[in-house]
Ligand binder design. Structure first.
Ligand SMILES: [Fe+2]
Ligand SMILES: [Fe+2]
Length: 370
């Protein structure tokens, strides 16, 4: 039985620097506290319902997965060699520095969001299978969050995780929405990191910051977290049929669209990595959808030409919203309402595009082989 989750949550919070003034959070903490359509959120759920989850129909697969968590192959991975700590890696062109530090803060927020949710579930449930699983996952996410924060501290912009836990709003999600959304964010997290890692493996000269060296083993943790949610959903087959298929499509589209639009706000970072955000996005969707077939009988057809057109339209709308925000005033307020309606319509069009339907495989488990 793992009993590390609350300690690791504390450790992650402790990894944050003390606030310099003792009162106001620093800029990066404020940035992480924001809740917009594109920023990672914090979640809470119905803990009693999670306590009822019965994985016994998949006992063999479950025990194998728990043994992998127990083996903890990444236990020493998230530590920096002495020569790297304290080295100043912030000497980047200003626009790249800006985008990259925002990328780090946003990644840290989503790692920590997972950590908080998983640690809370672990604390609130009695079911031994759920306690064990969420304890392991909180352990991993707290390592990930603490690790990113070490690099941010080098930039002098560490996030105050203790402050974030208190100041950030918590969105309530029914357990099934937690499964769909978290499964997808774990798997897309894997796909994003492995695609970047393979790129810097091919082009070491593009590695503008050492953190990318950690991505391969890091994303194997995320892959494994996704496997756990896959088993939880396959153990409750009613979540994967009927009207729930519409929710599954909704969450896939929400996760894909958010990623695509957010990545397109970071052109400099992608340029520095030698990646085109559109090609990279489609590559990540390809990997994620291929993986998601282990659990979702419907996946989005990201190869449909109208799919890309719709996502590009969402990017244009996002840019127009930013422009209107910067201008301010009543007219731009009205303009923003109009843009929100256009975004809604574009999302709806994307939602009703044809999807790929496949029977679920007998063998649920997958290996991170990309
Ligand atoms: Fe993580
Ligand atoms: Fe994860």
């Amino acid at each position: 039985m793992n009993d590390h989750s609350s300690e690791t949550l504390e450790a992650a919070r402790a990894a944050a620097p003390a606030r310099s003034t003792g009162t106001a959070p620093n800029e990066s903490t404020q940035f992480a506290t924001q809740d917009t359509l594109l920023t990672p959120r914090f979640y809470t759920t119905d803990f009693k319902a999670i306590d009822q989850v019965d994985v016994s129909p998949l006992r063999k697969e479950w025990d194998t997965l728990m043994a992998e968590f127990e083996a903890d192959t990444n236990t020493d991975h998230f530590q920096r060699p002495a020569e790297m700590s304290g080295t100043n890696y912030s000497n980047l062109p200003p626009a790249l520095y800006e985008e990259f530090s925002q990328f780090l803060i946003s990644s840290l927020t989503s790692e920590f969001s997972g950590c908080v949710l998983y640690a809370e579930i672990r604390k609130k449930v009695k079911n031994p299978d759920m306690r064990t699983l969420f304890g392991y996952m909180a352990r991993d996410e707290s390592r990930h969050a603490g690790f990113i924060n070490q690099w941010l501290k080098d930039f002098g912009i560490g996030v105050d995780l203790g402050f974030l836990t208190k100041a950030k709003k918590y969105t309530f999600f029914k357990p099934k929405y937690v499964y769909y959304a978290t499964y997808l964010s774990e798997k897309i997290g894997y796909a994003r990191y492995i695609a970047i890692y393979r790129q810097i493996e091919r082009h070491p000269e593009l590695r503008f910051h050492p953190i990318f060296l950690w991505f391969e083993r890091w994303c194997n943790d995320e892959f494994r977290h996704g496997e756990a949610f896959a088993l939880m959903m396959r153990a409750q087959p009613s979540l994967l049929r009927g009207l729930n298929l519409y929710w599954i499509r909704f969450f896939q589209l929400a996760v894909y669209a958010t990623m695509f639009v957010r990545d397109h706000t970071r052109p400099e970072m992608h340029k520095a990595l030698g990646l085109d955000p559109t090609t990279y996005g489609l590559q990540v969707f390809g990997i994620t959808s291929r993986i998601a077939e282990q659990v979702f009988p419907v996946t989005l057809d990201h190869t449909h030409p109208a799919f890309l057109t719709g996502l590009q339209r969402l990017c244009e709308i996002q840019q127009a919203v930013e422009l209107a925000k910067a201008r301010g005033g009543l007219l731009s307020g009205l303009r923003r309402i109009g843009l929100a309606a256009q975004a809604g319509l574009t999302f709806a069009r994307l939602y009703f595009l044809p999807v790929v339907r496949k029977d679920l495989p007998d063998d649920i488990r997958l290996a991170p082989s990309w």
